[in-house]
Write a protein that binds this ligand. Structure first.
Ligand SMILES: [Ca+2]
Ligand SMILES: [Ca+2]
Length: 382
């Protein structure tokens, strides 16, 4: 029996802590509360989730420059050609998955210099290599080589080798919002938001196509295509979820039999959920390599830029704290002549911000509940 007392619950101080006015736990014998005035204190705001760790922000390796073409007089030359630029590579992306494609070599000025079957036609440039990860027409694919004797090639114009495609970019997802609450050892706690997820390593760019050879006037062999830049490493970790806000309960009963009479119970203000942590940034991809110089021939293609490493997602915001005059779990309550006053729900935690322009933020946390009385249905799902 507890009677004729005015109880003022303390405001919770520790991050995410709950304020309780009167707590009745595991009391099989009936507890009588009579002529009480209980003003719950406020729940405390929860801690923010930690930010995700970014990868190094030094860009990944640039693709190599293609070898130069040249224009000169000779009897026959079917071997000289600008070499393709080397691919950018990145050991920070596992399994070589961030490596770009090498550029394609330029076309030669003649086809066949043998005595028996000479052929003085220039040849097309070679197609650039695909990056380690590629999808035709989408990312990382090598560019086609330029055709031989493209119109205007003697002036350096005409259809060039195609550029390699930029590398794959795959960011992580944002974390889900904290939703609902649970009882842990008979104490109440709002659920934290979920952490974001990691993205994938950035893919390398495709190699540029080589420039074609040109027989117009003095012969010229083509330039090599540029190498694809390497993809960047993904962020090291994702933004963590914000913790759940503290609750505010005037009378809180678990596993008990309680009779409440002629009392006034007033909830306080629930604590705000914690903000999700910011996502981490992936490593910038390597720049594209340019094609070589191309006197007297059409240009070679440039490599594709490496994709940046995946940004990790921001964390979800924490559930806001609940506020109830009377809150119970697995209890038998009898009431008469009481006044129950609702408090104020805690705000949901803010979304964890995205990393970079194209990263994913976390979800905004769910606002708390406020009311006169509520029952927790299960310890893991209140
Ligand atoms: Ca020729
Ligand atoms: Ca020429």
């Amino acid at each position: 029996m507890l009677a004729d007392v005015h109880i003022v619950g303390p405001n919770a101080v520790a991050p995410g802590a709950t304020s309780y006015g009167v707590v009745v736990q595991v009391s099989s014998g009936p507890i009588a509360l009579s002529r009480l005035v209980v003003d719950a204190g406020d729940g405390a705001a929860a801690a923010a989730g930690a930010s995700g760790q970014s990868a190094t922000q030094t860009p990944a390796q640039t693709g190599g420059t293609g070898g130069n073409g040249n224009e000169f007089s000779t009897t026959c030359d079917n071997t000289s050609r600008g070499a393709g630029g080397v691919a950018g590579t990145n050991v920070l992306v596992g399994g070589g998955q961030g490596n770009g494609g090498a550029g394609g070599a330029g076309g030669t000025m003649d086809t066949d210099c043998s005595i028996l079957t000479p052929n003085f036609d220039a040849t097309a440039g070679l197609t650039g290599d695909n990056a380690a990860v590629f999808s035709a027409g989408v990312f990382g694919a090598g560019g086609s080589g330029g055709s031989a004797n493209a119109g205007g090639c003697n002036s350096g114009v005409g259809t060039p080798g195609a550029n390699g495609l930029p590398g794959r970019i795959s960011n992580g997802a944002g974390g889900a919002a904290g939703t609902g609450s649970q009882l842990v050892a008979s104490w109440w706690g709002a659920n934290a938001g979920a952490a974001g997820t990691l993205g994938l390593g950035g893919g390398g760019g495709g190699g540029g196509g080589g420039g074609g050879g040109c027989d117009d006037g003095t012969d010229a062999h083509g330039a090599g295509g540029g190498g694809g830049g390497a993809g960047g490493a993904r962020a090291v970790s994702a933004g963590a979820g914000g913790a759940g806000g503290g609750g505010s309960f005037a009378v809180f009963a678990t596993g008990s039999t309680v009779a409440i009479t002629a009392s006034t119970l007033t909830g306080g203000t629930g604590g705000a959920g914690g903000q999700g942590g910011q996502g981490g940034a992936g490593q910038p991809g390597g720049a594209e390599g340019p094609g070589g110089l191309h006197p007297g021939a059409s240009a070679a293609g440039q490599g594709g830029a490496g994709g940046h490493g995946g940004h990790s997602g921001g964390g979800g915001g924490g559930q806001g704290g609940f506020s109830y005059a009377l809150y119970s779990f697995s209890s038998t309550l009898t009431q008469s002549g009481n006044v129950l006053r609702a408090g104020v729900a805690g705000a949901g935690g803010g979304a964890g911000p995205a990393a970079g322009a194209d990263g994913q933020p976390g979800a905004v946390g769910v606002a708390g509940q406020a009311g006169t009385a509520a029952v927790c249905a299960a310890t893991d799902a209140c």
